[in-house]
Design a protein around this ligand. Structure first.
Ligand SMILES: *Cc1c(COP(=O)(O)O)cnc(C)c1O
Length: 398
């Protein structure tokens, strides 16, 4: 009888006890709003910002309502205006072009390589088409950040990093989120720290930080931002920056702080699971594992592989067979958006020219979540099921 996996691909671990206790304490005193503090008290939100800034190694941090809000705020804070064109990845998730659309700007898609990173030749070719790049480290894959920054610096392009999948990751030891002007993170349930919803915004630029604080809805309480720039930076900014409310509250921050303290351990646990799956599916005919560059410090909270040159029917057959054995795979090649796997040509509010080279890559991308509730044995079992079913469906070309 063939083996079946019975675990859940969407089940995260519980909130650590310390987070539950801290959340209960906030509920007991009732001061959930970040600016609602008593004398001598530092809000949980502020403490989270200080701790996250120290963790990433940046000067300023702002906690906000979501990752998407952090990205839209970053675009506004660096001066993107309605009608501007913003470069971004063709291979990413819907909130990324959505953040661009939220500020009335227009996404210009840059292609994806078979290594699942931004195509830097395509970026260089399109460098005159926008002044800002919203770079999505999609599914945790980091491109050659030195070369990316070289291209962007040479053309005066401001880089904003979408680190929804790279909290804890680095390129050549330098944290993702610190290469560009702003780093944006999500604290939604399926990311690396779980507050249900939430976002973090980091920068070393005092003016950008001040604008972001004003946008997030600080009224005039910016002096309470201990991970923010000094008050004089707000002198004129406070009059010219609209309040577009999107703050984080103390309850979420309380839940997140103990998770941040555990993050390094959790990242190591993700990687054990990632490499257990990878080892199990490597060298399967018809399936290509994505080799990770030595410069990359990964956080393997999801894994991708390529089915090169497979036809649609074969891919659908594989997905159905794996699903029947409890293994949930997602496919980025689907013509219609399904769940989170939409593609650049499903966002029809953008008039995007066809990208045949990227289409060929997207047509073969299979994606699988690797939640920490999986044991290493679960990972080995899942890999055996995938290998087995690929072996049944795949016909080697002659
Ligand atoms: C989740 C996600 C976001 C946005 O996060 P939210 O907190 O859900 O707004 C941005 N980019 C990518 C690639 C994501 O997966």
């Amino acid at each position: 009888m063939s083996e079946v996996f019975t675990g859940s691909f969407t089940q995260q671990e519980p909130i650590p006890e310390a987070g539950i206790e801290a959340a209960v304490a906030v509920m007991r005193h009732g001061r959930l709003h970040r600016y609602n503090t008593v004398a001598g008290e530092t809000a949980q939100t502020v403490l989270l910002e200080q701790e996250f800034a120290a963790y990433v190694g940046v000067k300023y941090c702002l906690a906000v309502a979501s990752g998407g809000y952090a990205m839209a705020t970053a675009l506004r804070a660096v001066g993107v205006q309605a009608g501007d064109r913003v470069l971004t990845n063709a291979f990413t998730l819907a909130p990324v072009p959505g953040a661009i659309a939220a500020v009335g700007a227009v996404p210009v898609f840059v292609g994806v390589t078979p290594a699942l990173v931004l195509d830097l030749d395509d970026l260089a070719a399109k460098a005159d088409q926008g002044d800002v790049l919203l770079l999505s480290h999609m599914r945790g894959h980091l491109c050659d950040m030195d070369r990316l920054m070289e291209i962007c610096d040479a053309s005066g392009i401001i880089v904003i990093e979408d680190c929804a999948h790279t909290m804890g990751a680095a390129w050549k030891g330098k944290a993702s989120g610190t290469w560009g002007k702003v780093g944006c993170y999500s604290c939604q349930t399926y990311k690396h720290m779980n507050a249900g919803e939430g976002g973090l915004f980091v920068t070393d630029d005092a003016e950008v930080a001040a604008r972001a604080i004003m946008y997030s809805g600080s009224y005039m309480m910016y002096e309470k931002h201990l991970a923010g720039p000094p008050s004089e930076v707000f002198e004129t900014i406070r009059f010219e920056t609209p309040n577009i409310s999107g703050r984080m509250d103390n309850l979420r921050a309380a839940i997140l702080r103990p998770q941040l303290a555990d993050l390094a351990t959790q990242c190591a646990r993700w990687n054990e699971r990632y490499y257990a799956v990878e080892a199990g599916v490597r060298d399967t005919a018809g399936l290509t594992v994505i080799d990770r560059p030595a410069e990359e410090t990964i956080v393997g909270s999801s894994i991708q592989f390529l089915l090169d040159g497979w036809g649609e029917n074969a891919v659908q057959d594989l997905l159905a067979r794996c699903a029947a054995r409890g293994v949930e795979l997602k496919w980025f090649g689907n013509a219609e958006p399904v769940g989170f796997t939409s593609r650049y040509d499903s966002w029809r509010y953008v008039d995007a020219p066809a990208m045949p080279a990227s289409d060929r890559v997207l047509a073969g991308i299979i994606d699988m979540r690797v939640p920490l509730t999986f044991s290493l044995e679960d990972c080995a079992l899942i890999a055996r099921i995938i290998r087995d079913e690929v072996g049944r469906v795949y016909q080697a070309p002659h």
